[in-house]
Design a binder for this molecule. Structure first.
Ligand code: CTP
Length: 426
C-alpha cells in the first residue's frame, strides 16, 4: 500500500501508516500487544493516547514499542501542525480501547485533545474497539453514539463477552489483540471501499456438529471451522454485524462477532434460524451431520464380552440450509457450502436447486484438501446460472469473494432504517 500524503521533506516511507488511538481504559495494556503485531508486520504506527490513557500505560512503553515519539496534546510540536497532519496522512486510524467517553467525544465531533482532532481530520478508514463495563456499553447514550459513528462510516467492533475488570462478566471486554490485529489488517487491505456490509446483519455457521451417542462419545466430522471463521472475520472488517454459530470450533473468537457455541445439528438449527430472522445474509459454512443416533444413552455404553459391537441406528437430521432456502426470504441472501469428492459441478448444480439457496460454494474435498488447511479453492454457483471460480488461496480471500457476491445481491439499504440505536450490537 502506498502511503497517503507523505509530509514535505520526509523520506518516502512505503509502510502503511497506522494511528493507534488509545483511550483511558484498563484494556490499554492489551493494546501493547496489538501495537507490537502492527510494527512487527511492517506498519508505521503513531500512538496517540489520551492524557488519561497514560495513567494505565505510560508514554515510554508506547514510544519504545512504536519506535516513534508519542504526543497526546495539540500543543506538542506545534510547528508540525500535528493535530491536522497525523490524521491527514494516516491509512488507518484504530482506536483501542475506545471508552464510553471517547466514543461520546468522537460522535459529537469534539476536538479537545490530539486524538479527537486526529479523528476529525482522518479521511481514511477508522475503527473503534470499545471496552468498558457492560452497563456503560449498553447505556442508550453509548449505543446512540456507536450508531452515529457507524452511520458516519466508522467500523465499531462489538466488544467480546466475558470477565471484566472486577467481579462482573458480560459484554464489554476488548477482543483478543491478535484478532484486533486481523481486523486492522483486513480493513487496511480493503482501503476506503471496504465497508460495503455496513448496517447489515449476517449469520455464519462454522465448524462441524457432534451427534452424541452417550455422555462420552459422538459422531462427528473433520471440519475445523477455519472457513466459517474467515467469513466472520472478513464480514466484520467490511462493517457487518456478525452472528457466528460455531459448532465445536477450537479457534479464538473473531473480534466483533457474536459467537453462539453449539454442539449438535439440532442446536445449530435453533441458533441459525433465530439469528436469521433479521439477517440480510446467512452463510452455512458448517458441516452439519445428516444423521444422528436414534437414541442417546444416558450412561456410557459398555462393551459386553463376546457379544461384538452393537449396531448404531441413525435417524435423519433436519436440513437447515434447505429450510432457510424454502422459507420466503425475499431480501435475504442464503449461501450454502458443498463438499464434493467428484463430479463437483454437476453435484453442485443439483444441490443448489435442491436446497433452494441463492449461492452455493462448491469445493472439492479429499483427505488432504480443505480440512484444517489455511487455503481453499472453490467455484461459486448462483441460482441465476452464474459460476465464479476462485483459485486456491487463503480462506479469507475466498471469504471476500463470497461477500462480494452476497453484497451484489443485497437490496440497497433503506435510508434511516439502518444504523439506528438499538440495532447496533448483536
Ligand atoms: N446442511 C444443513 N443441514 C444439514 C446438512 C447440510 O444445513 N443437515 C448444509 C451445510 O451447512 C452446507 C450444505 O448444507 O451448507 C451442503 O451440505 P452437504 O452435506 O454437502 O449436502 P447434502 O445435502 O448432505 O448432500 P450429500 O451428502 O448428498 O452430498
Amino acid at each position: 500500500m502506498t502511503p497517503r500524503n507523505a509530509p514535505d521533506g520526509a523520506a518516502a516511507d512505503a509502510r502503511p501508516r497506522v494511528v493507534l488511538g488509545v483511550g483511558a481504559g484498563i484494556a490499554a495494556y492489551k493494546v501493547c500487544e496489538l501495537l507490537r503485531r502492527l510494527t512487527e508486520s511492517g506498519h508505521a504506527v503513531t500512538v496517540v493516547p489520551t492524557e488519561d490513557a497514560l495513567r494505565f500505560v505510560g508514554e515510554p512503553t508506547w514510544a519504545a514499542l512504536s519506535g516513534r515519539p508519542v504526543a497526546t496534546r495539540v500543543w506538542d510540536g506545534v510547528a508540525e501542525v500535528p493535530h491536522v497532519r497525523i490524521g491527514q496522512t494516516a491509512d488507518l486510524v484504530f482506536v483501542a480501547p475506545a471508552t464510553a467517553d471517547l466514543l461520546a467525544r468522537a460522535a459529537h465531533g469534539l476536538a479537545d485533545d490530539l486524538l479527537t482532532n486526529t479523528l476529525l481530520t482522518a479521511r481514511c478508514p477508522v475503527v473503534f474497539a470499545p471496552a468498558m463495563h457492560t452497563e456503560m456499553w449498553e447505556h442508550p447514550a453509548t449505543q446512540a453514539n456507536v450508531a452515529t459513528l457507524r452511520a458516519r462510516g466508522a467500523i465499531v467492533v462489538d466488544p467480546a463477552s466475558g470477565r471484566l475488570t472486577g467481579r462482573d462478566t458480560g459484554p464489554g471486554r476488548l477482543p483478543d489483540p491478535a484478532e484486533l490485529f486481523e481486523v486492522a489488517r483486513r480493513v487496511l487491505a480493503r482501503g476506503a471501499v471496504g465497508r460495503d456490509l455496513a448496517g447489515r446483519h449476517v449469520v455464519v455457521s462454522a465448524g462441524g456438529t457432534r451427534e452424541a451417542l452417550d455422555p462420552v462419545r459422538f459422531l462427528g466430522n473433520r471440519s475445523s471451522g477455519l472457513q466459517g471463521y474467515a467469513l466472520a472475520r472478513t464480514a466484520v472488517a467490511r462493517g457487518a454485524r456478525v452472528t457466528l454459530v460455531a459448532a465445536n470450533v477450537a479457534l479464538p473468537d473473531p473480534a466483533g462477532a457474536a459467537v453462539v457455541p453449539v454442539e449438535s445439528a439440532a442446536r445449530l438449527r435453533d441458533a441459525v434460524l433465530a439469528a436469521a430472522e433479521d439477517a440480510d445474509a446467512v452463510v452455512m459454512a458448517a458441516a452439519v451431520a445428516d444423521f444422528r443416533p436414534a437414541e442417546y444413552q444416558d450412561a456410557k455404553i459398555k462393551k459386553v464380552e463376546g457379544a461384538g459391537p452393537a449396531p448404531i441406528e441413525l435417524v435423519q437430521n433436519p436440513d437447515v440450509l434447505a429450510e432457510l432456502g424454502a422459507r420466503p426470504h425475499a431480501g435475504q441472501v442464503v449461501v450454502g457450502f458443498a463438499a464434493e469428492t467428484h463430479d463437483v459441478l454437476e453435484h453442485g448444480r443439483a444441490k443448489l436447486a435442491r436446497k433452494g439457496c441463492d449461492l452455493l460454494v462448491v469445493n472439492q474435498v479429499g483427505a488432504d484438501l480443505t480440512f484444517g488447511r489455511p487455503d481453499n479453492a472453490a467455484v461459486v454457483l448462483g441460482a441465476d446460472g452464474s459460476a465464479v471460480e476462485i483459485p486456491r488461496g487463503p480462506k479469507e480471500d475466498l471469504a471476500d469473494v463470497v461477500w462480494d457476491l452476497v453484497a451484489a445481491r443485497l437490496a440497497p439499504p433503506t435510508p434511516g432504517e439502518r444504523d439506528v440505536p438499538g440495532r447496533t450490537g448483536p
